[in-house]
Design a protein around this ligand. Sequence first.
Ligand code: GLV
Length: 316
Amino acid sequence: MLVAVTRRIHKEELERLGEVAEVRLWDSDLPPSPSELQELVSGADGVLSLLTDKIDGAILDGSPGIKVVSNFAVGFDNINVPACTERGVAVCTTPDVLTETTAEFAMALIFSVARQIVPGERAARGGEWKTWYPMRFLGRDLAGATLGVVGLGRIGSHLATMASAFGMEVVYFDPRNEDSRFEKVDLDELWARSDIISLHVPLTDQTRGLVGGDTLPQMKPDAILINTSRGPVIDTDALVESLRSGHLAGVGLDVTDPEPLPQDHPLYTFDRVTIAPHIASATHITRRKMAQLSVDNVIAVLTGTTPPNCLNPEVL
Ligand code: GLV
């Protein structure tokens, strides 16, 4: 059996995979190009992919022996799941192990943006810290502020729990999940009432551009917008326009569209925007657990047992 692994991940997990299959590793910190990916997976029985690898019908048709695509991520918008299902290919992901870690990072962005930690640090480092300023770097208190959580799944729900411990009032929008600890509202009300808005939805046709030219003006002029989900959930051009007009007090983005965000992108010109390079799940323990789970998923499918997390179990 042959498993293609599209990036260097934890050595111990690659060794564990190596006990059941030959491992063909893309031994780099940067992703393979589409043609390199096609070559990497050719003849493979399984693929351990990253969220930067586009896995579609064409890739699968080029390597018809593939039985499992195991994504090292909870998100799976890089994978055409119906195309996999049609071809009998199992799609597996790594939920749960990153829930708290990702929610903590969203909370960290909320604190950071609300209290201007990055602009303050930039100023200190740049020699602008000349005295104690009574009127500079003024932020927003979280206690008493309203947090609007868009998507009360695992991550959104953990964020909501943390936020209420900090004295925030939490409102949420979620067509599927209910939690009586928080107030369920429709989206229009969420945009209008929230002082801080945090996005926790998967990227789908319904959520692409959810925050855009129609919705941004509905937010309070001094609202803070946080995104740790997927970049295209926000229409980037509309966000830049909105920031140029002076709207929004701050924005914290762990995900952008495009990704990586080019060095000359206008979003970098706003001091009130904090950008992180998609690191919300990046702790030692969580990334190790993600490696473990993605390897468990591949091994299970290839050895005919039930994988811990499969999106399309009907193909098993
Ligand atoms: C990270 O963005 C993930 O989906 O796991």
